[in-house]
Design a protein around this ligand. Sequence first.
Ligand code: AMP
Length: 419
Amino acid sequence: MIKAITGTKDILPSEIAKWYYLETIVKEIFSKFNYKEIRTPIFENTSLFARGIGEATDIVSKEMYTFLDRSGESLTLRPELTASVVRAFIEHSLEKKQSLNKIFYIGPMFRQERPQAGRFRQFHQFGAEALGSSDPLLDAEMIIMAFDILNKLGLKNLEVKINSLGVPTEREEYKKILRDYLKQFLSKLSDESKKRLETNVLRIFDSKDERDIEIMKNAPLLIDHLQKESIEHFEIVKSVLTKAEVPFIVEPSLVRGLDYYTHTTFEIVSKSVGSQSALCGGGRYNGLIKELGGSDLPGVGFAAGMERILLACENENSFSLPEEKIDLYIITLDKTKYEISFDLSLKLRRKGITVELDYLSRSVKAQMREANKLNADYVLFVGGEELARNEVVLKNMKTSEQEIISLNEFDLLIKKLGD
Ligand code: AMP
């Protein structure tokens, strides 16, 4: 039997309601902040991600689904969407149409990571990008939107961590200081961190190796090496978050995996899921648009993992969906009358009423069982003597009241079912 690929998951019809609910909240909150949706292709040229995310990142060096197509071009299934959004922004000269572009997205992403609880190879993210302004209000807006979405889903055990990575000159200066500090411990560092010392030294803060963690405890921090402008930018973000009642902590070791961040970075973690606790992350990336061949324009954004959010919601029992039901189930009493039932169902469906009927030639008893299973408000009996008189019997499933309705009074039927 052919099964789904490891690390991918079917979202079954029985699970779709919670996805719709999440998507509705996401769209509702983004639209209140005037973000408009973008839909970009699932695959792109590999070089877009290599350049846009950074060769030295885990995503690009280890996790991308990259393949040659039949014409020998290297393509990659998108591992995240910021690079694609920026590509589309440049390709369509969106900055000429609007000086600030506020864009959101929802969709699947692909990374060849080791699957575990909360970590998949195809997973879904929603996210937002604001392209064209370096206003720290937008850094705060990203965090507020992410927080408001999680809040609206009823999630409680959240921790908002923020940090500032300053600007590239400050970071380059600081990287030298960090390398100098780490060189004293060279022999004690893990092999991975030894490699990162030259390629991506900030990422050593993310190491899970005990020895690295011990060494990093006393490492100099970037936040202590920022200049006035970066400090001011960060102060505004913090004060806006405080006024917006978003509780946060400053986490100086929060460096995140991507090369293109400047100023604010943030992450929201949940204490209600296992080790994969990051629900969302993002930050400002003032160098990215230029890096990908566009104008030197600033940007800020975030992405959130939908499977993890739904897992946190489930673990916290944070929302309950309304019970699923239908308006009407048509019970066909006589096997020769199915076409009449179908015709009736169609007329009612076209008037906006949710109707189901039997397609399996089941017994009346089995049809009644199905009506109960589907939680129908009403059942309609089609057949027998009544139908011979052009009538049907409508039963209210809550009160068990029954009444005979003439098919000549179709509007009456619609009225009753619509109430
Ligand atoms: P990133 O794009 O790595 O900053 O990830 C943003 C968010 O996407 C994370 O906080 C997770 O919630 C989610 N995410 C990232 N990778 C995965 C994965 N392999 N499986 C499930 N969710 C993921």
